[in-house]
Design a protein around this ligand. Structure first.
Ligand code: ATR
Length: 275
């Protein structure tokens, strides 16, 4: 049987077990995907146990995505670029770390809103771990430019500097977001501002959103954030965060099984459980 799971602390809230459980069933694969509550001091032993117990792989979630890297045998380029791992693949006792968050997000954005990202002007709000993965994956699509706006301007500058060699990337503070929004084709919120239980919060002045823009939010609870609703009112195309969650899992499942993931079943499973 195929053994899979997700390591995090806390873990009870994770929707990955139900999503992957539905996917395994749909593919007719015998196996299980289990939630694993692992604290920071247990992480090294838990990673070793992937080999001992014969797990084919695990996802890694908050707060272990960075710390887990030191316990792995190999890191895929995706994990090196992002500086974090969300997926581990066990090949006969050799553990490789991948990061499917950024590429999962981009696959979702292309499938659901912007089929071709080349030549686009992209404004990213936030400069944390999530932004890093997304900027890395976006640059692979050859946009015209990526501007990162963050509450702490210095962090936006640091993130931009990290990717300097891969394209036209700049970091600014929130005081300059109005200028950056003017000619942006796509605005992406990577911060947690607007997430349950504070669904009324906005990561930027919605007056800066204009018709024809694509407004995207990594948050999927609520499915439509206040930012997305404000975009909708102003004639923007909106893209929510559910697809990112589905496709980061889809890539992981594809690495583990070699089979195409049943993404629509995975998506519907999450929608049903968000109720
Ligand atoms: P993640 O991995 O989810 O990106 P993170 O690395 O802690 O988490 O980064 C959180 C991001 O959201 C940061 O860009 C943070 O801005 P600062 O760098 O200024 O801290 C941003 N963020 C979080 N809460 C915010 C708030 N209330 N207003 C504006 N930005 C916020």
């Amino acid at each position: 049987d195929l053994l899979l799971g997700v390591m995090g602390d806390p873990i009870a809230q994770s929707k990955s077990p139900i999503m992957h459980g539905a996917a395994l069933k749909a593919l007719g694969i015998q196996g299980a995907y289990v939630p694993l509550h692992i604290t920071g001091d247990q992480l090294g032993d838990a990673v070793q146990a992937i080999k001992t117990l014969g797990f084919r792989g695990v996802n890694v979630t908050i707060p272990h995505k960075v710390a887990v890297m030191e316990y792995l045998d190999k890191l895929d380029e995706s994990a090196v670029a992002v500086g974090a791992v969300n997926t581990i693949v066990n090949d006969n006792g050799v553990l490789t770390g991948f990061n499917t968050d950024g590429i999962g997000y981009v696959r979702s954005l292309k499938a659901e809103a912007v089929p071709d990202l080349s030549g686009t002007r992209i404004l990213v709000i936030g400069a944390g771990g999530a932004a890093r993965g997304i900027v890395s994956a976006l640059l692979a699509e050859k946009p015209y430019s990526v501007k990162i706006a963050n509450r702490t301007a210095g962090k936006a500058g640091e993130l931009a500097a990290l990717f300097q060699s891969r394209g036209k990337v700049a970091g600014v503070g929130m005081d300059e977001i109005a200028e950056a929004a003017k000619d942006a084709d796509i605005v992406i919120n990577t911060t947690s501002v607007g997430m349950f239980p504070h669904p009324d919060d906005l990561p930027m002045d919605p007056g800066l959103l204009h018709e024809g823009m694509v407004v995207s939010d990594l948050i999927y609870n609520p499915l439509r954030t206040r930012l997305l609703l404000e975009g909708l009112k102003r004639g923007c195309t909106i893209h929510g965060g559910l697809g990112m969650f589905v496709y980061q899992g889809a890539y992981a499942l594809e690495y583990w099984t070699g089979q195409a993931a049943p993404v629509e079943i995975m998506r519907q499973t999450i929608i049903d459980c968000l109720g």
